[in-house]
Design a binder for this molecule. Structure first.
Ligand SMILES: [Zn+2]
Length: 288
């Protein structure tokens, strides 16, 4: 059966068609209608119609930030605000007359890297997204591990420092409040008095505050991933999102993780993603 994947983002909706051997046959994108739920559904539907032309049997998977609540069936925690609280899965299933799969971007990232990306030779894979937000997904033998209540892998909201930074989720001290892009930029501004973005900050090696900033970053990165290894002991960890382009995470960062793991033997590969921005759309297709 062919597979269609749709990556529903805040600014663009991208679609892909894969054949049975996971070759990409067609790929297309449109802008996301702003603040208009029913137009978004219509755009998804016309993308699917376009991709499925002349194809009789196909599955549909959708990648979008946020998660379907197991309690209500409604989408929650999405940064495309007009989708929050909407029964997007049911509405799309009604439109297409078949079941579809929906997963958040971290799970789609993890399954695409674990299936066709840099972690395809590993069976237990922890995929990490570090960007504006911090997320994670667990794939075991090619399948997403959801957990009892659908929060498995939500690494960005485990508590790193008790009574630490206030997080939007209501808790204090979440990983995301220390090592997301905005959190790191805020910390830099506090230390140096300069408002700069990450790409600029990592060039500030001569700034007297740089070592402090980097040490905190590496310590937080190390503790938060060492916690994952202690609990899950994955075969590989893959980094994605904008921060995955920071080179020092792959040498000093990895060392810092290893130093904090509860074991005398740790050699977990911590890999840079190989699919880049395409992970979402491939991951969506691979959900089925
Ligand atoms: Zn949080």
């Amino acid at each position: 059966m062919h597979k269609i994947g749709i990556d529903l983002g805040g600014t663009k909706i991208e679609g892909i068609l894969l054949d049975e051997s996971l070759n990409s046959l067609k790929r297309t994108r449109v802008s996301t209608p702003q603040n208009d739920y029913s137009s978004i559904l219509n755009e998804i539907s016309s993308l699917v119609n376009d991709l499925s032309k002349n194809i009789s049997e196909f599955s549909i998977g959708i990648c979008t930030p946020g998660a379907i609540s197991k309690k209500t069936g409604l989408l929650k925690n999405s940064n495309t605000r007009c989708l929050i609280g909407k029964p997007i899965q049911q509405d799309l299933e009604r439109k297409f007359g078949k079941t579809i799969s929906i997963e958040n971007d971290a799970n789609c990232f993890a399954i695409s890297e674990a299936t066709i990306g840099c972690a395809k030779d590993y069976s237990v894979v922890f995929g990490v997204i570090m960007g504006t937000g911090v997320g994670g997904g667990i794939v075991i033998d090619g399948k997403i591990h959801h957990g009892r209540t659908n929060i498995a892998g939500e690494w960005g909201h485990h508590i790193l420092h008790q009574n630490g930074n206030q997080c939007y989720c209501g808790k204090k001290g979440c990983v995301e409040t220390y090592i997301s892009g905005p959190a790191l930029e805020n910390r830099w501004e506090k230390l140096s008095g300069k408002k700069q973005d990450l790409a600029e900050i990592i060039k500030e090696k001569e700034n007297p505050n740089y070592l402090q900033w980097k040490k905190e970053f590496l310590d937080n990165f190390g503790t938060s991933l060492a916690n994952v290894i202690d609990i899950l002991d994955p075969d590989a960890i893959v980094l994605g999102g904008g921060l995955s382009n920071i080179d020092f995470l792959y040498d000093e960062g990895v060392k810092n993780v290893y130093n904090q793991v509860f074991s005398d033997l740790v050699d977990t590969p911590i890999l840079k993603n190989s699919l880049g921005d395409s992970a979402g759309v491939f991951g969506a297709a691979l959900l089925n």
